[in-house]
Structures are given as structure tokens and as C-alpha cells.
Design a protein around this ligand. Structure first.
Ligand code: ATP
Ligand code: NI
Length: 307
């Protein structure tokens, strides 16, 4: 069963331009994803493709000038603002993109346990630190004393102590050395194998492929494909969307050929398929119709002629 289901999510921002004119900036449109119990869904996509906004909309922490439409269901029930607030403190944990999220004035052990500070929580915090290779002294440190890797592991231990059921990790590995990345990724896999669900947001397809079950490929605020990890193989012949194939081939161990062109801006989205202007397989229809997400070979794709 899906623990989280996002359907047809769109997010726009009201912006004032010169002369107090208002315009609506559509940054996410028609986005669909789901995560099952014990599953790791990786979200990959270029900077600005809407990954963090998806995370923030699930948690209900978008800025006040955001307009949201579509449905987000957690355990089969719609996530209302009230439910989001109580789940944020219990079952759903965000490991934010910025480590500035840590309170600079509070010792990290206390912070990880907060708001509880009873014996059982102290025990759980110490066990989580041990599990993530944070030595006992770290408990009494302040955030400025932590390295980037330690800060990220501290944030992850918060989710473990709280026994979160759904962990949303937004870029948990940038700037870490390869050994630490490997360890951090393995801890995500272990947590999923215990039955938790994880949304892993990353630029790093190779990292995602090491631990995820499925990968959602984001582009210009929508999902172009959802594929299982096994589909990323060979020349990319099992992938469905020309963009996912091109991303796969652009990896260093493959052809290492970048995709010409760049992702369109929210102010200037093409009217048909969002990828059409860069697509080597584009036909005239592609610039007229925005393709719906459809099921294809045990995955999903948003492309008129993917087979
Ligand atoms: N408060 C806001 N007002 C207007 N536009 C915004 C706002 N927040 C985000 N955006 C725009 O929405 C788009 C998606 O942003 P988002 O942070 O989700 O990207 P991302 O995929 O997480 O990128 P990155 O990989 O760089 O973290 C971007 O183009 C961004 O400029
Ligand atoms: Ni982001």
C-alpha cells in the first residue's frame, strides 16, 4: 500500500512585477508520485525542477504566497494543514537541504531529543548516534563544532529518535566525502528495510541508484518518468523518456555527453511537452500537447510516443 500519494500537484507563486502588476508563476504542474511502505523513492532532477517544493508541500511549510492545488494523501487520507502540523512533529520527518536548520544555540543531543528529554528518549538518541557513528561527545557539542557530515547525520538521527514513518531527505549528501556518503546511504537503506518509507531528493543519480527502489525524474516542475532502479542499465533502452535516457547516458561511466540546451524557466514554459525544445525525437505534436502521465512497462512516463 502507498503510504504517500501525490496526484496532480501544482504550485504557483504570486509575484509583483513593475507597476504593481501581479503575475502568477507556475513552478510545479501536474506532478504525481507515490511511495510504499519500506520503499526508497529517489527524486532526481536539475536545480529548480521543483524537488524541494514537493518536500515542503508535503510538510505544509511552503511560503504564504504559494498557491497549491492537487491532492496529497498520507496513509490514504488527505493531508490537511492540521494533519500536516501534527505529523511534522511525529510521523513525517524532513532532513532539510540546509544544515542551517539546526538551532545554533542548543547542544545537539538536546536538540535531537527535543521536545522530549526523558530517559527513554536519551537512550534512543544515544542509540541513534551510535548507529550513525557519531561519538558520545557529539551530544554536548554546538552545531558550529560539527563538520558538514556530522551535521547531516545529526539531522538524520532526529528522524530515527522520533521513529518517523516517512523520512524526506533533501540533498543529504553534498559536500561529504565518499566514505561518509556511502555510510549515509546505507543508513537510509537500513531504515527502509525496517519498514520506513524514504523520499531521497538528490542531484546524484549514481548515489540514488545504489540504494533506491524507484526513481522519479523531475524536469521543469513535473515528473517525466518513474522507473525502477533496474531500468537504469545498458544504453538506457529500458528507460521510457528521452530525458531520462539522456541523463543516464550523460553519466561519466556511460557516454558522458551532456544534453544540449537548458531547462526552461517558469516564466517561459513551452506550451506542449516541457522537454520538447531539447528533445532529439520531437515531432510537431510534441509542441502542441502537454502529455499526461501514463503507465508503461511497470513504470510511468509523460511522453506522447514513448514505447
Ligand atoms: N518563494 C518562491 N517564490 C517564487 N519562486 C520560487 C519560490 N520558491 C521556489 N521558487 C522557484 O521554484 C522552482 C523550484 O524550486 P525548488 O527549490 O523546488 O527547486 P529544486 O529542484 O529543489 O532545486 P535545487 O536542486 O537547486 O535545490 C525554482 O525555479 C525556484 O526559483
Ligand atoms: Ni532543492
Amino acid at each position: 500500500m502507498s503510504i504517500l500519494e501525490v496526484s496532480d500537484l501544482s504550485i504557483s507563486f504570486n509575484q509583483y512585477t513593475s507597476g504593481l502588476k501581479q503575475r502568477k508563476l507556475n513552478v510545479v504542474s501536474g506532478l504525481d508520485i507515490s511511495i510504499s511502505e519500506g520503499e526508497i523513492l529517489a527524486i532526481v532532477g536539475a536545480s529548480g525542477s521543483g524537488k524541494s517544493l514537493l518536500a515542503h508541500s508535503i510538510l505544509g511549510i511552503l511560503p504564504s504566497n504559494a498557491n497549491v492545488s492537487g491532492t496529497i494523501k498520507y496513509k490514504g487520507e488527505a493531508l490537511t494543514a492540521k494533519r500536516q502540523e501534527s505529523l511534522r512533529a511525529s510521523e513525517i520527518a524532513l532532513i532539510p537541504q540546509s544544515v542551517n536548520f539546526l538551532n545554533p544555540l542548543m547542544r545537539v543531543g538536546k536538540q535531537v531529543r527535543s521536545p522530549a528529554n526523558d530517559k527513554a528518549t536519551i537512550k534512543a538518541q544515544r542509540a541513534a548516534f551510535e548507529r550513525l557513528h557519531l561519538s558520545p561527545e557529539v551530544e554536548d557539542m554546538y552545531p558550529f563544532e560539527l563538520s558538514g557530515g556530522m551535521a547531516r547525520r545529526t539531522l538524520l538521527s532526529t528522524a530515527i529518535v522520533r521513529d518517523a514513518k516517512l523520512i524526506i531527505a533533501d540533498e543529504p549528501t553534498p559536500g561529504l566525502d565518499p566514505v561518509v556518503i556511502k555510510e549515509a546511504l546505507q543508513s537510509f537503506r537500513d531504515l527502509a528495510d525496517e519498514g520506513r518509507s524514504i523520499m531521497l531528493i538528490t542531484h546524484d543519480i549514481e548515489a540514488a541508484l545504489q540504494i533506491a527502489d524507484r526513481i522519479a525524474v523531475f524536469y521543469a516542475g513535473t515528473t517525466l518518468e518513474v522507473a525502477s532502479v533496474e531500468d537504469f542499465t545498458g544504453d538506457g533502452e529500458r528507460l521510457r523518456h528521452p530525458y531520462s535516457k539522456a541523463l543516464w547516458r550523460a553519466l561519466p561511466q556511460n557516454d558522458f555527453m551532456p544534453i544540449p540546451g537548458s531547462q526552461p524557466q517558469a516564466t517561459d514554459l513551452p506550451s506542449g511537452c516541457l522537454f520538447a525544445p531539447r528533445c532529439a525525437f520531437m515531432i510537431p505534436d510534441c509542441s502542441e500537447v502537454r502529455p499526461d502521465m501514463r503507465d508503461l512497462r511497470n513504470g510511468k512516463v509523460r511522453c506522447l510516443h514513448a514505447t
